[in-house]
Design a protein around this ligand. Structure first.
Ligand code: ASP
Ligand code: MG
Length: 408
């Protein structure tokens, strides 16, 4: 019998009615003859409320206790879901991560899954029950409760689907993955299928749909994820391994990250080891770097620029002030940057892609401060105030939407 693992996010479980609706969906699949596992998140934004509470009683909550607290959100959901299922006439049983041996390392608040024992799940499925599993949580070999990082129920979903060799459905409150953020780009379209690589690039660019670790996990175990809307029956987006026909499409999506800051070290002596020293110092101070560009200034010096999230700029400044004195260079900060990017595996085989993107920005007189690329991505740094307009223009330039949305 085939197994389906259905995950419901917080927004799809925000009320008792929504819990019953999710239960009805699982029952429909069960009636069609499938064995069903549900992975559920905490109701609505209850995890945020728990974090809030923790911060009210402590300036720096111990991470072990934070996990102990946050995991309760999912425990509420699994028990309510199992009750709803039973009430609707189907046998069900709920499990916390510890009860099914979802073992993780002991890095609290961002633990990694080490192994899952699906024996208990399989036994229950074979008895005809719908099995409801708590997302987001794990347990260490010492029995401490861990969590997998915010949004981590998607990681649970993929891990369980991989372990069971099951179909994998991710229910949320939108129709799937879009060519761009529909709140900014009104003519953004739902994508039917997208590769793991593209999805990873889009997520890191701020598309914010699926936890990157869930996609990495899915890629590693070749699990196809169906992202779909819990409020309708439409087909959503399949996140799958890259196939040749995907290359026919030049660009799959466009994304905007609009709270970025730039740091440029000018006149850095051009010798082996200097970049290593700079980025070692930044890494030691736990500053997360976005993109890096180095260019030669003259025979003896180079300019090294990097970008960080605006929120990290102060931390970066502290480090860079010290560094610039030590290595003798000038520093320039920019706190007004945004990054507009296009992503598509088709870029590998099509020409003129960069030109088309740059022309779209040029026509609207949007100045590009910096460009970075990967094999399947082109990013332009521009002024933040032009970010949204740029996103719409680039989206139109590659005909990603149905009709034009016009820049402004
Ligand atoms: N409830 C957790 C969170 O809000 C996990 C999840 O929703 O995936 O981050
Ligand atoms: Mg949540």
């Amino acid at each position: 019998m085939s197994i389906v693992v259905m995950k419901f996010g917080g927004s799809s479980l925000a009320t008792a009615d929504k819990i019953r609706a999710a239960a009805a969906r699982a029952i429909a699949a069960h009636k069609k003859g499938k064995q069903v596992v549900m992975v559920v998140s905490a109701m609505g934004d209850s995890t945020d409320h728990l974090v809030d509470l923790a911060n009210q009683v402590s300036k720096d909550p111990p991470k072990r206790e934070l996990d102990q607290l946050l995991a309760t959100g999912e425990q509420v959901s699994i028990s309510l879901m199992a009750m709803a299922l039973e009430n609707m006439g189907v046998n069900a049983i709920s499990f916390t991560a510890a009860q099914i041996g979802m073992l993780t390392d002991d890095v609290h608040t961002k633990a990694r899954i080490k192994s899952i024992n699906v024996k208990r799940i399989n036994e229950q499925l074979d008895q005809g029950r719908i099995v409801v599993v708590a997302g987001f949580q794990g347990v260490t070999s010492d029995g401490a409760i861990t969590t997998l990082g915010r949004g981590g129920s998607n990681v649970t979903l993929v891990a369980i689907a991989a372990a069971l060799g099951a179909e994998c459905e991710n229910f949320t409150d939108v129709d799937g993955i879009f060519t761009s953020d529909p709140r900014i780009v009104p003519n953004a379209r739902k994508i039917n299928s997208i590769s793991y690589e593209e999805m990873l690039e889009l997520a890191s660019l701020g598309a914010n749909v699926l936890h990157n670790r869930a996609v990495e996990f899915a890629k590693k175990y070749n699990v196809a994820i169906h992202v779909r809307n819990s409020n309708n029956n439409r087909k959503g987006t399949m996140i799958v391994a890259e196939s040749q026909d995907m290359e026919r499409i030049v660009v799959s999506g466009a994304a905007l990250k609009d709270k970025l800051a730039g740091v440029t070290l000018r006149g850095v002596s051009n010798r082996p080891g200097i970049a290593a020293e700079i980025f070692h110092t930044l890494a030691k101070a736990k500053v997360v770097i976005d993109d890096i560009v180095q260019t030669i200034a003259d025979d003896r010096t180079a300019n090294i620029s990097f970008t960080v999230d605006l929120g990290e700029l102060n931390d970066a400044k502290k480090v860079v002030e010290g560094l610039s004195k030590k290595i003798g260079c000038q520093v320039v900060y920019e706190d007004h940057l945004a990054k507009v990017s296009i992503v598509g595996v088709g870029m590998r085989v099509h020409t003129g892609v960069a030109e088309r993107m740059f022309s779209a920005l040029a026509e609207a007189k949007i100045n590009i401060h910096k460009i970075t690329t990967s094999e399947i991505k082109i990013s332009c740094f521009i002024d933040r105030e032009k970010g949204k307009e740029a996103l719409r223009l680039v989206h139109d330039a590659f005909n990603l939407g149905g009709k034009k949305s016009a820049g402004k």
